[in-house]
Design a protein around this ligand. Sequence first.
Ligand code: NAD
Length: 476
Amino acid sequence: MTEKTFDVVVIGGGPAGYPAAIRAAQLGLSAACVDSWPAEGKNRAFGGTCLNVGCIPSKALLESSELYHRARHEFGRHGIGVGTLSVDIGAMQARKRGIVEQLTSGIEALFKSNGVTGIKGRGRLLKDRRVEVTGAGGTEVLQAKNVILATGSTPIELPFARFDGTHIVDSAGALAFDRAPGRLGIIGAGVIGLELGSVWRRLGSEVVLLEALDKLLPMVDEQVAKEAARQYKAQGLDIRLGAKVSATQVERGIVHVEYSQGGKTEKIDVERLIVCVGRRPLSADLVAPELGLKLDARGFIEVDSHCRTKVEGVYAVGDVVRGPMLAHKGTEEGVMVAELIAGHSAEVNYDAIPSVIYTAPEVAWVGRTEAEVRQTGKPYKVGTFGFGANARAKALEQAAGLVKIIADQKYDEILGVHIVGPMAGELVAEAVLAIEFEASAEDLQRTVHAHPTLSEALHEAALSADKRALHAINKA
Ligand code: NAD
């Protein structure tokens, strides 16, 4: 057994772990990043769920399916004829794999240029900050001054709908279908269910989403969630609320799904079933028990606001700790911890983390919803603006949705921004900056926005909070 020593060893090379290792190396620390992403197959070890089977491949397919949809339904309105339209899912998947391959190999290049040691294998934390790594070549032990746990999360499996890789699949399986299923069932109309449902709907599947809750997207501002639901319905997504799945059975290539709704037992048959009912942290057997590292009831590693665990020199970041399971939240935590280890002061502003649902249209938000602001009991004002009155959205043939800004009535501080509409995920960046800088509605009102752009909808929503909107003919 050999023993190498590092200032920082990161276990997990996803979007929380690999930036932590890079930042540590940039700050002059010796850093290693250990990851056990399946060595077989084409995927490389680093990048985690996000790059290999999550954010990146799903966005590649979202784009392809959206282009197909637009070619089918919108090109005619632009006066463009394309003859007989066809779709080649194999080519679509190959493009997706190419993007994943480029980005994952990019991490290895970044490690090289920053002097990070990438180690392929499964890491486990032992006493005295020793990290045992088990890989194809056997086991080695690294000695670390600091350890960052960044092992991420994995899809939750339901006991009555076990993944079989073909008929009942998780989100990764649903990104690898070789054709659009005739009828696709989805358990859970959360972020993943809606994103994947949109992809396969646009590629021709009949999509039924079974959601246990009575409300769609409860974490989204109600007005925005309602508008999103209206648009999903118009696209043909069959979202059944209050539908609790209780049993499934695969028979001759068909998945029989049983669920209860309104006190009645209902059944549907689907060709493929995606189960996306949330993810759980990957914290089991990660740390030797004698260290006494604390996990909460759901398996999240307990940390303080600076991602420090109770064990000296051991930190945890990303999906394996509390907070939203978002790649960018994990990245900022990883960077913060690397900076703290290097002796700098650093923090993450958890009040200014954007969320984006990558459906078409996108839903994006930052800060508090109107219901949350109402609960504080403090007076507030709301400005909304519909994309129906935005010139650029009209030119894009995407003039639906709205921007909503909530600001403190007395101090004018922007408390929340909620968007459903074209490029909402890009537009929200301005709102994140506004909240980060504690901007007022007036700050946004007095900021010049280029014309004609989608960003004018944010400007108008800010103006509307003080009843000054210039183009508010058409409220969404
Ligand atoms: P989720 O928590 O967003 O949604 C799961 C849904 O499943 C919930 O609405 C829940 O009520 C429902 N559900 C649970 N059990 C059910 C049952 N038996 N029958 C019917 N419905 C049931 O989880 P997800 O969509 O799996 O996503 C997992 C995590 O990954 C989330 O934290 C999400 O934020 C994150 N993620 C984010 C993005 C993004 O930011 N764009 C993309 C993908 C994933």
